[in-house]
Unconditional design. Structure first.
Length: 240
């Protein structure tokens, strides 16, 4: 009896250890495919913020005049080199009008980013356990990150969470998370697409050399399907 009891205990412990390894291993794998942030909620807030922010700009006559003068005529004829002065010195200096327009656009993008940041952080339920930071990038995309130090500016050691982009060809906002998930939200009507803010963002895309087809071909995907795609790609490369 004692030998039988000992065997039962021994095999029971082995089964418990193996079961625990499988359980925690499964939890670890699932954690890489779970969404950290609800991208649908992010997109809803982003689109609402775009509409309200653009309506505010439409109420200011100076921006409507600037839109007519700058985005409907001038930006179509500008060379991509005009925007390089944002990052480094250019061989040819932009005109004073171009510089003023660029500075105004930068201010608008910064203001919109702060507004979106506030709205994302005010969401109920909360989108993220800690404060989110949002900063504009030179290609008109918006980077959201874990603002660990509360500085409201991105530091290299802070975690990038998701990116928001404008797909002008398909009239939609695209959100992509660091887990590989992609979701989108289409505009209703053309009022937003023809507004000052989106016009400015699309112009910045062109000046930064963004390929519109890349954004247009970006398809919605879950973190799980993205992880499977990465795993499949890795297995193929190993098999070659």
């Amino acid at each position: 009896m004692s030998n039988t009891t000992g065997n039962v205990v021994k095999y029971g412990l082995i089964a418990a250890v193996v079961g625990g390894m499988l359980y925690y291993g499964g939890e670890s794998n699932n954690s890489t495919t779970q969404e950290e942030i609800d991208l649908n909620a992010v997109l809803d807030i982003t689109v609402d913020t775009l509409y309200s922010f653009d309506e505010g700009l439409q109420g200011q006559q100076q921006y409507q005049s600037d839109y007519q003068d700058s985005y409907q005529d001038d930006y179509a004829a500008q060379a991509p080199a005009d925007d390089t002065t944002l990052a480094s010195e250019s061989a040819s200096e932009p005109s004073s009008a171009d510089a003023a327009s660029s500075a105004k656009d930068d201010a608008i993008m910064a203001d919109f980013s702060r507004t979106l940041q506030d709205n994302l952080n005010a969401a109920h339920p909360a989108l993220y356990p800690t404060a989110l930071g949002v900063v504009p990038r030179s290609d008109a995309s918006l980077l959201a990150f874990d603002d660990a130090n509360g500085s409201q500016s991105y530091d290299e050691d802070e975690t990038k969470l998701f990116i928001i982009e404008i797909d002008g060809e398909n009239s939609r906002i695209v959100a992509s998370s660091r887990s590989g998930a992609v979701n989108d939200h289409h505009f209703s009507g053309t009022s937003l697409l023809t507004g000052y803010l989106i016009g400015s963002m699309l112009a910045r895309q062109r000046l930064a050399g963004v390929n519109p087809s890349r954004l247009a071909n970006k398809k919605p995907a879950t973190a799980k399907t993205a992880a499977k795609a990465r795993a499949g790609s890795g297995s193929h490369s190993k098999g070659k």
